[in-house]
Each structure stands twice: as C-alpha cells, then as structure tokens.
Design a protein around this ligand. Structure first.
Ligand code: NDP
Length: 314
C-alpha cells in the first residue's frame, strides 16, 4: 500500500528521533522508518552519562525508547521497516521498504547513521558493549584507573589513546603495521605520552572474557604478531576499536552527494543535501563529532530546514 507523509525520516537514533519530535510538533505528518538497528548505535552501548538532562546517566536503549515515545506523543509514527530503495528524482519523493508499504513524501530526512568498523573475530559480538567499545569519548570514563587498548593506526586511534590516557592507568595501541596512517604530530604526541605504549605488527586474534552472576566482561585478548605468527595473551579491561567508521549510505549511492569515504555532504552549516527537499543529519553526515548530543542537534536542524523548505515550496 502506498502512504503519503509530509516528512519521511529514514533511520532512528538521536538524529532521526529528534527530527521526528520537531517535525511532529510542527504538525507535519511524520513517519520514521527505524531501519535494521532500531534506536541506532546507542542500542549497542550500556550507560550513557554525557547526554545532558540525565543527571544519573541512562542506558542507551532506554534513552532511545524515551526519544521514540516523545516523538510518538506528538503523533509521529514509527515503523520497524528498512528502507531498501529511494527515488528522489521527482516530487513527491518515493521510499520503498522491506515491509508491505511504499511511502511518498514532501520532504525526506536521512538519519541512517554510521557504524564503527569491527574486527569480525571470535567473541567480538559477545563482548561488544561489555569491554569492547567503538567510542572512546562515550565510554572512556568507565575505564578510569584501568588498563585499556586502542586498535588502529589512524588519527582516531591516536586521538582516542590520548583522550583515554587522561582517564586510564595505561593505554596500549595495537596496530597491524609498523607505519602509521595517522599524522606525524599525533603519533609523536602518543609516543611521548608516558602512559601510552605500542604493540606493532600485531592484531587481536581473539577476545577473552568471563561471566560473573550473568554479567559478561572482557578480561583479556589474544594477540597475534603478524611477522612471527606468535600468539600471546594479555590481560586488559577494555578495548577501543578505532579502525574507522562506515556511513550507512548504500541506498543513496549515485543519488546523494558524498565525500570520498561515503559520508553525505551537506551545504554550509545547513542540513540540505544536493537534492532540494532531502536533508541529512546525524552520523551519516558527520565524520568528526559522532556524539548523541550533536546528532540530536543536527536532527533538530534538519527538521527546521525541512519545515521552512516545505513552507516555501508548497
Ligand atoms: P583511518 O581509516 O584513517 O584509519 C583506520 C586505521 O585502522 C588504520 O590504521 C588501519 O590500518 C586500521 N584498520 C582498519 N581495519 C583494520 C582491521 N580490520 N584490523 C586492524 N586494523 C585495521 O580511520 P580514522 O577513523 O582514524 O580516521 C578517519 C578520517 O578522520 C581520517 O581522514 C583522519 O585523518 C580523520 N581524523 C582526523 C582527526 C584530527 O584531525 N584530529 C581525528 C580523527 C580522525 P592500516 O593503516 O594498516 O590500513
């Protein structure tokens, strides 16, 4: 069945749901297509302590439930469907999903997010969120006084290691080569930091953990030296993956402009994409900050941009 909405939001998470709160409060008929990971990356984290307004912290999935209920309170609809194809070549815009419906829209807000790249090795899924993290700024605080590892040799790895060194008692950067992709100044800063050490030519072969009273936690890693093949086990409290992010932009390829990595590009300080009436917010257009609060802020901006654009083009 084909259904028409003034605003179709593709993707959940703080960006998409904040856009839904603003669009529905502006009395725009709004639907959110939740996508393959309803609630987005925060549903894979545990406690969120840095989102203003939650003075005692909040569990990531619970926070996304609150956002969703807040949007629904103003009559935004949310459906567990994955957008599979879009046609933005004419208005109304069209969106197809894996569900029974086809949607047409006056404006589309893309908030499909990004995903931290994973190593795809045994036990990674089991301990992700329980000692393995893809975001040092989000989870570093939980590792005060502990021993952590950062995987990667790019600028994010160096930046994460330096950030974590202010909190943890030791930080080990593990990188699969001798040479770094990161800028020299960042590598030098990390090398000069007394709490940071390096394991090079090496990769994590396996995550090791335990379960106490039903609560899982990472306790160590098995590391493989690529040159010698030798595997050694190291005790560690937390591992931060800094091996890059992948923006979720596959269905927009050839339709919306992206940078060389695949992040959607927006115009100036706005959320306008190259197609008038299609807006982008959150991590799908943000390779730099990637925080829940910045995503929510850009979701608000996208909704305001969409509302004003519809007023001018109705
Ligand atoms: P990058 O792609 O630059 O680096 C990813 C790193 O992870 C590389 O060292 C890569 O190794 C390693 N890696 C990738 N896959 C694996 C794997 N499966 N196993 C082990 N290691 C792996 O990503 P970043 O997130 O670091 O940076 C993205 C962009 O953002 C860059 O342009 C960067 O300069 C920029 N940035 C800038 C900052 C700043 O200026 N302050 C801060 C953070 C990011 P290898 O090198 O062998 O390929």
């Amino acid at each position: 069945m084909s259904k028409h909405y003034e605003v179709v939001i593709i993707g959940t998470g703080p960006a998409g749901l904040t856009a839904a709160i603003y669009s529905s409060r502006a009395n725009r008929k709004t639907i959110v297509l939740e996508g393959p990971e309803p609630g987005g990356q925060l549903t894979a984290t545990t406690e969120v302590e840095n989102f203003p307004g939650f003075d005692n912290g909040v569990q990531g999935p619970e926070m996304m439930d609150i956002f969703r209920r807040q949007a629904q309170r103003f009559n935004a609809e949310t459906v567990y469907e994955i957008a599979t194809k879009v046609d933005f070549s004419q208005r109304p815009f069209q969106v197809w999903t894996d569900g029974p419906n086809h949607y047409t829209a006056d404006a589309v807000i893309v908030a499909t997010g990004a995903r931290a790249k994973k190593l795809n090795i045994p036990s990674e899924e089991e301990y992700y969120g329980y000692g393995i993290s893809g975001c040092a700024t989000c989870d570093g605080f939980f590792y005060r006084g502990k021993n952590v590892m950062v995987v990667g040799g790019g600028d994010t790895a160096m930046e994460d290691a330096l950030y974590l060194a202010n909190l943890a008692s030791s930080v080990t950067i593990i990188h699969r080569r001798q040479e770094f992709r990161a800028s020299k100044i960042m590598v030098d800063r990390a090398k000069q930091h007394p709490k940071i050490s390096f394991i090079l030519d090496s990769t994590i072969d396996e995550f090791v953990g335990e379960s106490k009273m039903g609560i899982k936690s990472l306790t160590g890693v098995k590391i493989k030296n690529i040159a010698t093949g030798e595997i050694t086990e190291h005790k560690i409290d937390g591992v931060f993956l800094a091996i890059g992010h992948t923006p979720n932009t596959d269905i927009f390829k050839g339709i919306l402009d992206t940078d060389e990595v695949g992040y959607l590009t927006t115009r100036g300080k706005s959320t306008f994409t190259n197609i008038p009436g299609v807006f982008a917010c959150g991590d799908v257009q943000d390779p730099i900050y990637r925080q829940a609060v910045t995503a929510a802020g850009s979701g608000c901006a996208a909704s305001i941009d969409a509302d004003r654009w519809m007023n001018e083009h109705s």
